[in-house]
Design a protein around this ligand. Structure first.
Ligand SMILES: NC(=O)c1ccc[n+]([C@@H]2O[C@H](COP(=O)([O-])OP(=O)(O)OC[C@H]3O[C@@H](n4cnc5c(N)ncnc54)[C@H](O)[C@@H]3O)[C@@H](O)[C@H]2O)c1
Length: 346
C-alpha cells in the first residue's frame, strides 16, 4: 500500500486512499485490496488530474497498469512509478497500434481528451481530432488486441446542456452546446457502435464537476482549483456574473471509485456520476474563503456569454447498478482540497 506525504512537493504525489477523510468502511472491500484478479489496464490521460488518482487506485488494488499521456496538461511526476509510461499522442494511430500490441490491455480507462470548452469553440477540428479520431485509434487498436472493456470519461453537464429537470437522469434530452459536448456524446455513440459490431463492452461515466487534489489551477475550468490557489496567494477570486449559476460537485476519489466499480461490474451503458446536489459558485467561494482564512470577499465580473446556468445529475442508476454513491459532501471535500493546495507551490 502506498503511503504518501502531501507536504513533499518534490516527490511523485500518490494521493493516499488510507488517509484523509475517506470513508474507509463504505469504500473498503472495493479498493486497496490486493489479491483480487489482477487485470491488465491501460489508462489514457494517466498523468492528468483524474487519471493519475485512478492509476494510483488500480496499482493499490494490484492491477497491472500502463499509462498513455502526451503531457499536454498532465504532469509526469504524478504517474505512479509502478505504471509503465508511454509518452505519446492518442492521435498517432501507429503509436496506438504499437502500445496495444505491446501491452495487450484487457481494460481501458479513456481519460485523455481536449477538455477546454472555449478551445473547442475556437478550434472544433482540433477538439474532434483528439476526442474522436483519438478514440477511434484506441478502439481500432483495442479490438485487434484483445481489449474487452472500456471505461470512458464522459461529461454529464456538457452532454445535457440546459436541463429541463433537476437532477437530470441519463435519459434526459441531449443538447450539447459546445463542440466539446458534441465530441463527448459522439464518443459515447462510437463506443456503442463498437459494442454492437465487435462486442466491446463500455461504461460511459457522465461526470459532473470533479474537483480535488492535483486539479490544474491554470486551466479555464476547475473553479475550485483556480479559487483555492488564488486565495492561498492572498488574491481576490473573481466570480463571473452574479455567482448564482449552479454545478454538481464530486470529489475526485469518488469519480475514481465509480470508474473502478464500472470496470468490475462490466455493464455496458451510460452512468451519471453526480451528487444530485446543486451548489452555486457564491457558496463554493464562501467555503473556500473560510477554509483559506482569507479576510476579503470574492469580486464579480461580467457574466460569460452563453454560460450554462444550472447543472445537476441524478446518479440513481450508478447507485443501483454499481453500488456507487459519493463519500463526501462539498464542505468536507473542499476543506480537504484546500489543505492539499496549501502544501503546494504555484
Ligand atoms: N475534471 C472534470 O470536472 C471533468 C468533468 C467531466 C469530464 N471530464 C473528463 O475527464 C477526463 C480527465 O479530465 P481531467 O480533469 O483529469 O483533465 P486533465 O487535463 O488533468 O487530464 C487529461 C490528460 O489527458 C492528456 N492528453 C490530452 N490530450 C492528449 C492526447 N492527444 N494524447 C495523449 N494524452 C493527452 C493530458 O496531458 C492530461 O494528462 C477528460 O476526458 C475530461 O473530458 C472531466
Amino acid at each position: 500500500m502506498e503511503i504518501c506525504d502531501y507536504a513533499d512537493t518534490s516527490a511523485p504525489v500518490h494521493y493516499c486512499y488510507e488517509i484523509g477523510n475517506m470513508d474507509a468502511t463504505r469504500l473498503n472491500g472495493d479498493h486497496g485490496t490486493k489479491g483480487e484478479t489482477s487485470m491488465r489496464c491501460l489508462v489514457t490521460g494517466g498523468a492528468g488530474f483524474i487519471g493519475s488518482h485512478l492509476t494510483d487506485r488500480l496499482i493499490a488494488e494490484g492491477h497491472d497498469v500502463a499509462v498513455i499521456d502526451n503531457l499536454s496538461t498532465g504532469v509526469r511526476s504524478q504517474v505512479h512509478e509502478k505504471a509503465r509510461f508511454h509518452q505519446t499522442d492518442i492521435r498517432d494511430r501507429t503509436a496506438m497500434d504499437r502500445v496495444f500490441a505491446e501491452e495487450k490491455p484487457e481494460a481501458m480507462f479513456h481519460l485523455a481528451a481536449q477538455m477546454d470548452v472555449r478551445r473547442s469553440v475556437a478550434d472544433p477540428g482540433y477538439d474532434a481530432d483528439v476526442n474522436l479520431i483519438g478514440l477511434l485509434n484506441l478502439l481500432e487498436a483495442g479490438r485487434r488486441n484483445g481489449l474487452q472493456f472500456t471505461v470512458f470519461a464522459s461529461s454529464g453537464g456538457a452532454i445535457y446542456g440546459e436541463q429541463d429537470v433537476f437532477p437530470a437522469p441519463e435519459g434526459h434530452e441531449k443538447r450539447p452546446c459546445s463542440p466539446y459536448g458534441v465530441s463527448k456524446y459522439a464518443g459515447e455513440l462510437y463506443l456503442n457502435y463498437y459494442h454492437i459490431e465487435y462486442q466491446l463492452g463500455y461504461a460511459a461515466m457522465r461526470f459532473a464537476n470533479i474537483y480535488g487534489p492535483r486539479q490544474n489551477p491554470h486551466g479555464e475550468a476547475g473553479v475550485v482549483a483556480i479559487f483555492a490557489v488564488k486565495l492561498l496567494r492572498g488574491e481576490t477570486p473573481t466570480i463571473y456574473g452574479e455567482g448564482r449559476q449552479t454545478r454538481d460537485f464530486v470529489f475526485v476519489l469518488d469519480a475514481v471509485d465509480s470508474m473502478v466499480r464500472a470496470m468490475k461490474t462490466r455493464k455496458t451503458g451510460a452512468y451519471n456520476i453526480g451528487s444530485g446536489v446543486e451548489t452555486d459558485i457564491n457558496t463554493i467561494a464562501a467555503h473556500l474563503i473560510q477554509a483559506a482564512g482569507f479576510s476579503g470577499q470574492a469580486a464579480h465580473a461580467a457574466a460569460k456569454p452563453g454560460e450554462q446556468m444550472r447543472s445537476c445529475l441524478d446518479a440513481g442508476k450508478a447507485k443501483r447498478e454499481l453500488g456507487w454513491s459519493p463519500s463526501r459532501d462539498v464542505d468536507a471535500g473542499l476543506r480537504e482540497t484546500m489543505e492539499w493546495f496549501r502544501t503546494r507551490k504555484y
